[in-house]
Design a protein around this ligand. Sequence first.
Ligand SMILES: [Zn+2]
Length: 414
Amino acid sequence: MRHPRALKTIMPAWAAALMLAAGPAFLMAPPAAAESKPAVAKDARLAGDRERTRFIADLSKKVEVHAFALGNPYRVIIDAPDVSFQMPAGLGKETRGLVTAYRYGLFAPGKSRIVIDVSGPFLIDKAFVLEPRDDQPARLVIDLVPTDEKTFLAKLQESKPQDTSAGSAPPLPSPSPSPDAKLVVVLDPGHGGIDPGTKSASGTTEKEVVLAFAKILKTKLEAGGRYEVHMTREDDTFLPLRERVAFAQKRVAGLFLSIHADYFPDKPEIARGATVYTLSEEASDQEAKDLAAKENFSDVIAGVELPSDSDEVLANILIDLTQRETQNRSVVFARSIVGELAGKGSLHTRRLRSAGFRVLKAPDVPSVLLELGFLSNPEDEKRLVSDPWRERMAGSVVKAIDGYFAKRLARNRL
Ligand SMILES: [Zn+2]
């Protein structure tokens, strides 16, 4: 889940669900015989005003950059190969001129990304990297100027499309599993890389705790010898939501578990414990609806192009036609988790909640999203970073997975 502050910029976008990609504003050739050592980004700052806003990042050497615009919400995406970000803490919250925030991080292996949030329609007037000179480091410079909506959209359409995904191919047709193959479970630690997810007051990030938990869960599941376990990410890499779905489909997963941590600053004392979610078109309640919007925000944070209106409509029809059985199974699995956690004091609510989580949209893979706890609650935070707690929690989830498959296999034998 994401901090609600960031959500405000995107909410109107869900209704429109219009997303356009623009081509490169500027492409710079890499220096000849570039060293293999990654460039280090050491600092960044904003300059100028609403008439011209400049983003500057200091780099240890010149790199090839690819800058382009995304609309709805307005963003500048700057991609570069292999940049190591060693920026001072707390950068990116500054508002200046047209820029409301920016962030940076790994987008895919060997691909680094900076995403700049912009308050209104704009043009990338300049995008270049200066060679280091005298005692000055190499500098990435992006100049943004305001424009009207019509010109912004025209420019976007003109230069469409660049690949704004993390670079993986569409899913392959699913092979049929052999009868005595192990049961395939896909674990999906949320967020990663450029998208830290939510953050506790002391700085613990969701992306870290969910990855650490998923690793322990994987080890436990594999120890029993019954499961083949895959993780959508094994390190601090970002993966777009639809690619997480495709990952599970490609591996013909019998279960998909997306793992997250929640944040609810309004009631930090009350909001604690785990919550289990499944997919539904209509949200079960307002809290679930808000949470899905926040979790779906991951792609926006990382500068991923969202599906257009028509894709979304099509996806919903497909869900109707093919997903009922999968949905039933998802609910059985979700109940199994709630059953294991109930009575152990680990649940926020026994109620099953549901909403339109993009990451749960595989029509053929039973999928559940588990919020492990609340990073806004200091007690929960202590648990989330504690290895003994992770072990116990992972043990319960293993039992829930065992229970789910036992029920399914028993039903198949009838
Ligand atoms: Zn999350």
